[in-house]
Design a protein around this ligand. Sequence first.
Ligand code: HEC
Length: 145
Amino acid sequence: MVRWAGVALATVLVVGASPVFADEQVRLDYLLHCSGCHLPDGRGAPPVVPGLQGDLGVIVGLPEGREYLVRVPGASQTPITDKQLTDITNWILYRFNEKTLPTDFQPLTVAEVSRARSRVLLDPLRKRAEIWDRIEHRDTSSYSQ
Ligand code: HEC
């Protein structure tokens, strides 16, 4: 009996350590907590719910953009752990935004997500406009050099 329990536990641990299984768990978390508004493929329903595809790699290139992604109320206020939110956000970035990710992109860490999400954005749309303004401004200045 004890021996079988040991085998079952070992099996769970091996499966639990598999990156494929971890990725599937993150996908399920995304489906459960985010896709109701952002849709399973991240398309969203613009202009009310922004899509999570394509452009987030540009946003994450700015330090305040990294924070912004987990400070929006839908992300920061959803009752999931900091680790789950970190995994979901990195998953969204790699899964839906790989083409726009900075070449030196480092995945978000649990510590920075934990710090940032505690500062909930009260006016996310205004912050979004500020970030895009900065991105466009930076682009313009680099083009003019
Ligand atoms: C109840 C609907 C809803 C749910 C659930 C939701 N969001 Fe959102 N999300 C929004 C809306 C609406 C916005 C636009 C900003 C705002 O008004 O809060 C947004 C904005 C965002 C943005 C910024 C996108 C951009 O281009 O500016 C990110 C990133 C994001 N959500 C991630 C998530 C994640 C991750 C989850 C799940 C943990 C989630 N959201 C769950 C409605 C939702």
